[in-house]
Design a binder for this molecule. Sequence first.
Ligand code: UD1
Ligand code: UDP
Length: 430
Amino acid sequence: MHALIVASTRPEVIKLSPIMRELDSRNIAYTFTTTGQHYDDELFWNFIRELGLRRPEYNVEVGSGSHAYQTARALEALEEIILKEKPSVVIAEGDTNSVLSAALACAKLHVAFAHVEAGLRSFDRTMPEEVNRVLADHASDVLFAPTEKAALNLINEGILPEKIFIVGNTIVDATLQNFEIARQSSRILEEMPEDFLLLTLHRAENVDRKERLTGIIEALLELGEEVVFPAHPRTQRRLADFGLLEKVEKKLRILPPVGYLDFLMLLSRAKLVLTDSGGVQEEAIVLHTPCITLRTSTERPETVEAGGNVLAGVEKAGIVRTVKRILGDQNVYQAMKAAENPFGKGDSAKKIVDILLKLEEEGKLKITPPSRVLREKRREFINVDASLAGKRIAELPFQVVRVIEAGKAKFPSPELRLRQGQMIEVLKED
Ligand code: UD1
Ligand code: UDP
């Protein structure tokens, strides 16, 4: 297998690093490409060094710009790289413009595209990331969903279960692989107060709007707690544009973006984290730090259902109320701390590499046109009776897209055994 890995922003480097490590440990060759969407030391190169990754062989140097510019420029450049490298699979993670470009380039060239962190949905199409993830998922050949919920989102959009694999999230691998290293090497806590809240903000819909950013900052000021705030360059710029920087510098401990190891230490020590980041919501529950998400939706609802994350919205009053409620009630606070991470045990990268090798062995990474005339498929619902009960999904002579049990949908994993009382939704050709 020759994989081409596209990792172009801070979270992609972090979340793909366990896969690169896994490939290295098995001596499987891969090519590493960045589109250059993140290019500064503090958002990209520092992470390559800290995570012990090699420098990318290709850097398209797209840089900053409009969504159309970044996507189009990366699409063109990735096409050239894919044609030259002829990978058996391209692997990318998440929902940035770079990921959409990689997925599209592959779909047009008939090269297998594997999407890590597939099936996340905030159901808010005004978020650029939501559009990127939906489109990338639909252009993918192999979809690595972190949870059953994410897999069911894909099924609901008509993606076939045979392309979907539930593997957990590589953020757990990354956190577990790096936390001990961070404890030994990071000195950042020496400069921090004993007791603090951690804040990260970078979502366009929060920081590019003056009213919204002002409300969030005012909420933090009103709380009167120590706040440590490593600020994304986008946010730093907006704070300055909106005349908020002076106030923030006076009252909050604003820092440039910190390295990954320092961030893990800040997150593990913080009383709670307030964030609009995706990855931070996941890491918080892994490290047992209560999380308050400064958004009106989340594509990580598993963290809320597990009890480790609360959606506080983006209005000043709601944020203040939520923080006070959590900090003012030890029962609520301790329950949030105790929440269990729903994203797996930290073996996602191993599962992903195992699955890709198996697919390659079975010839399933080759994207070829169908050799027979295709017909429209019919959906049917079948009650599981005695003749079907006990059978595994993989043994059935028709394609199951959903198992329904007590009114709830389940993902039709090949190993799942049917039980009487269930219903299955199947696709049949006439
Ligand atoms: C991007 C992703 C977002 C992801 C985030 C991770 C999209 C649409 N957005 O948002 O989903 O959560 O990365 O951090 O793909 N900048 C620098 N240095 C850099 C890179 C950017 O200063 O190395 C500044 C530039 O002013 C740029 C701004 O940050 O205009 C935004 O960068 P961009 O990559 O467009 O979006 P992010 O907000 O980083
Ligand atoms: N992170 C970091 N330093 C910081 C802020 C975040 O190392 O100052 C890491 C954090 O550990 C997480 C990732 O960056 O793994 C999240 O990236 P970001 O919030 O930029 O993107 P998102 O996850 O929202 O796409």
